[in-house]
Design a protein around this ligand. Structure first.
Ligand SMILES: C[S@@+](CC[C@H](N)C(=O)[O-])C[C@H]1O[C@@H](n2cnc3c(N)ncnc32)[C@H](O)[C@@H]1O
Length: 202
């Protein structure tokens, strides 16, 4: 039976200049989207600490994962996906909200970043969360058509998945990864004040 075990990863100290410039531009664009009413569509929208997430990706690259494929679940403006590409991963993101898909594709292209964003859901067709995983009335994972066909890949094609589960959604992300990821793959998750966790599927 598959399960997730905790992996100790110490984030690197500093992001390369190009990654920092990308994040600064992304922050400006996110501010504009929020001022333009993004939370009217996504009331709970919140970004992760992208610098911390990027420094964690850098540590994984240093541990030998350069060139591996990373997938971001719920990629929003594509910050983590873009950072992953700039730091040495092959990178893809999946986002359900069309305005964020369009904005992230534009931002990545503006910075010459080689990463793809698929529009749709990161939840594969047919997945059913166990009854003890999260409260269906408060889960923030929205329904939509799975985006894996657009990517031409399944979850178990990725060496690393990154996600920022909204509080209460964590167990669903963990279960989805345990059910569908490849053995040995890593799940990197951001948890607000509790920082970043890295788990391996065994
Ligand atoms: C908490 S935000 C995190 C954004 C980004 N990953 C970050 O780290 O800043 C969650 C994102 O997941 C997206 N989302 C929610 N349900 C989704 C689904 N089923 N498939 C794809 N994206 C989804 C939301 O639109 C939102 O952009």
């Amino acid at each position: 039976m598959s399960r997730l075990i905790e992996v100790d990863v110490t984030p690197g100290t500093e992001l390369p200049e190009r990654a920092a410039a990308f994040l600064a531009d992304a922050d400006r664009q996110l501010d504009a989207l929020l001022a333009g009413g993004l939370r009217e569509t996504l009331p709970c929208f919140a970004p992760s600490d992208h610098a911390l997430v990027g420094r964690t990706f850098a540590a994984l690259v240093d541990q030998g994962l350069r060139g591996e494929h990373l997938l971001e679940w719920g990629s929003a403006l594509g910050e983590a996906t873009g950072l992953a590409s700039l730091l040495g991963f092959r990178a893809s993101g999946i986002e359900l909200e069309p305005s964020l898909v369009a904005a992230s594709r534009r931002l990545l292209s503006d910075h010459g970043i080689d990463a793809e964003i698929a529009e749709g859901s990161f939840v594969p067709d047919g997945y059913e969360a166990p009854s003890d995983v999260g409260d269906p009335d408060t889960l923030n994972v929205r329904d939509g058509v799975a985006a894996y066909d657009e990517l031409g890949r399944d979850i178990d094609d990725f060496a690393v998945v990154f996600s920022y589960p909204w509080p209460g959604d964590e167990e669903l992300h963990f279960d989805l990864f345990a059910e569908h990821a490849a053995t040995g793959a890593l799940l990197v998750t951001y948890h607000g004040m509790d920082g970043v966790r890295v788990q391996r599927r065994v």
